[in-house]
Design a protein around this ligand. Structure first.
Ligand code: DGY
Length: 433
């Protein structure tokens, strides 16, 4: 079978996965393991849906915002349906909102997705939908600004590893060690019914995740208490880069839709996030690094989110050169870029969730940033590696960067979406020859 034919078959499989995971207005990441609407999964999934049903893609985002809190926060999970198979379900979060939701947020990619949806088909109806979403996104971004900011640098902070979207990244090990693992609800590892334990966070990680869930619940999810007092508070270059990019895209949307009253505040947040990300620069590491707010300690290591600086628009100058140097060093050590954690480090585990595996969504964001910075070569390496992973192992949650074996959940929505939107396309937007 020739490659174009194979790619067309993968297109149909990707669409079938998205249809199979559609629960009516929202798409679950994968059945069993993640049976609800997840924030950034859903937003990035909309990019794939948009390749064949733009109206449904808009709806994906609109449904996510049914979970938005009065204070502007958009939670990481919206429990639209009952499903006792997931832990921790709504009863552990104790959030007073309908539909039920979790209590922490997730990387804010929505503004960037909305900008793309509008670019795919602009008409009066699409502009009205975008305008309504801009107002809601603006409130969410302000929430980060108010409650999740490092006072020293202006970078975005997280109050739970789940907030970063990169749950068990080694960067969080030291700050999580300070969280009392004995105080949370008892852990039920439903995830291990779907994925082998060696590819998931540890039992100890889960005990501490639940301690932080209890911390928020005990404070009635009052955002200033959580932002200022959580036993886990870490500045994250990944979140900072994603929010910075999202603010730039929101600015573009506000400008295009003539929402001029919003522009000064967004512009000022862009400037402050630029300073925030630069404030996380470690000259010693040659990278933007996370910082534990409680101890002031800098992680000093490189992970896939390091390269999101390009996506955030900081792709020039000597700092960018040092990032490219890290990229090449890491790319030489793996067959399939971009591993979620530096393979030169002792804690690298090629199959364990965010401690080594390659994730196609992060690849998409890094490649986009590199391409925009004029680096077509590295960007294309990432795209080809991503297409090869999907061709070899199907639409998995993540992949072993050394062998290309598929790991985690199967029939995964955002991987399917990234195939349709990007990995399965040549630079001309057509399937590969
Ligand atoms: C999970 O359940 O593993 C998610 O990553 C947390 O939202």
């Amino acid at each position: 079978m020739n490659t174009r034919r194979q790619d067309q078959d993968l297109d149909s499989v990707a669409r079938a996965i998205l249809a199979g995971n559609d629960r009516g207005g929202f798409t679950i990441p994968t059945a069993g393991l993640y049976p609800f609407q997840w924030n950034w999964d859903s937003a990035l999934t909309a990019l794939g849906i948009a390749t064949y049903d733009l109206d449904r893609a808009w709806r994906e985002i609109e449904t996510l915002f049914l979970g938005q809190w009065d204070d502007g926060m958009v939670p990481h999970i919206v429990f639209h349906l009952e499903d006792p198979g997931y832990f921790p379900g709504p009863e552990h979060w104790g959030v007073d909102h309908r539909p039920r939701t979790s209590g922490y947020s997730q990387p804010p990619v929505v503004a960037s997705v909305v900008r793309r949806l509008l670019e795919r088909g602009a008409n009066a109806a699409a502009e009205a939908r975008a305008g309504a979403l801009v107002a809601r996104i603006d409130r969410w971004h302000e929430w980060f600004f108010r409650y999740r900011r490092d006072p020293a640098t202006g970078a975005v902070t997280i109050a739970h590893p789940w907030e970063s979207g990169r749950d068990n990244l080694p960067d969080w090990d030291a700050p999580m060690a300070a969280v009392d693992s004995s105080v949370g609800d008892p852990v039920r590892r439903n995830d291990l019914e779907h994925v082998e334990a060696a590819q998931r966070p540890s039992q100890d990680d889960y005990a501490r995740y639940m301690a932080l869930v209890g911390f928020g619940r005990d404070r009635n999810w009052e955002p200033s208490a959580i932002g200022a007092e959580s036993p886990f508070r870490v500045s994250d270059p990944g979140m900072t880069a994603i929010l910075l990019r999202a603010e730039r895209d929101l600015l573009e949307l506000a400008d295009r839709l003539a929402l001029t009253d919003r522009i000064p505040a967004i512009r000022s947040r862009v400037g402050s996030l630029e300073r925030g990300l630069e404030g996380l620069w470690s000259e010693e590491a040659g990278a933007y690094c996370s910082r534990d707010l409680r101890t002031g300690k800098v992680a000093g290591e490189v992970n896939s989110a390091t390269f999101l600086a390009f996506y955030a628009g900081l792709g020039e100058g000597p700092r960018a050169d040092r990032l490219r140097h890290h990229f090449d060093r890491i790319a030489d050590r793996v067959r399939f870029t971009v591993p979620s954690y530096d393979p030169a480090e002792a804690r690298f585990e090629p199959r364990r969730y965010w401690r080594g595996p390659t994730w196609i969504v992060i690849n998409r964001l890094i490649a986009m940033g590199l391409e925009e910075s004029g680096d077509g070569q590295r960007s294309e390496r990432i795209r080809r590696d991503s297409a090869a992973l999907i061709g070899k192992a199907g639409f998995r949650e993540y992949y072993d960067p050394l062998t290309g074996d598929g790991c985690g959940g199967d029939s995964f929505s955002w991987t399917a979406a990234m195939w349709l939107d990007w990995a399965g396309r040549g630079s001309d937007g057509a399937p590969d020859d």
